[in-house]
Design a protein around this ligand. Sequence first.
Ligand code: URA
Ligand code: SF4
Length: 254
Amino acid sequence: RVKLKAMKAEMPVRHWATLPEAQIIPNLLAKAGVRVVDMAKNQKTSAAEWVPATKDLHLLKTAAAKCEGCELYARATQVVFGEGRPDAKVVMVGEQPGDEEDTKGHPFVGPAGRLLNKAMVEAGLDRDQIYVTNAVKHFKWIERGKRRIHAKPSGMEISSCRPWLEAELASIQPELVVCLGATAAQSLMGREFRITSERGIFFPHRWAKELVATIHPSAILRMPERYEEEYALFVHDLKLIAAKVKELDAAARA
Ligand code: URA
Ligand code: SF4
């Protein structure tokens, strides 16, 4: 109806006024621009269409390299997919790759990863037995001078990337999922979950027998004045996890 040439070819102008829909056209046209902007703002993004229907972790990883499920792929060097044994009993979920992970292409290989390794050794957890991944698979950053500083992923980015995490968990079917920090917990337990009050508590979960959350190692690095205390609490949580792994193993064998 808004294409005048086509209208003139189809119908004499004198009949236009009697078209019922003609009444609302001026108003629709006037507001069209605003509606387009609103539509773009409310656009739900998702990785879903890039996630192949497979339980093969290797195929999932290869496919993730092409993901454009949200805007984060555009400024990152590469996707950083989860790594570890496909039959791991425990899956650890961080937030998103950091600067070093982004360049190297592996999860938890930077400062937070080194702290995690140290704490795991102290708690008696073997990283080789654990699959390690992130809630969001591309590095989100802001420029500060010559450095790339971590930026927190939005709720939309976290939910956009969740299909990859779900596919990893559906493939591995772990006994236990460990959320490192609020982003992972938000992705798997919802926005209401609070690390401060619920860390160290084991919950039943649809993607694993149980799920537990603790602080993110990067958060410990961001509190140098409370380092000793926070590090000790982190190791304490990891020891609870090590004990839980033993318990689940024993139950599985019985
Ligand atoms: N922080 C994370 O959450 N994940 C990483 O892989 C590295 C740092
Ligand atoms: Fe896809 Fe996740 Fe990367 Fe967004 S962050 S582009 S959803 S892999």
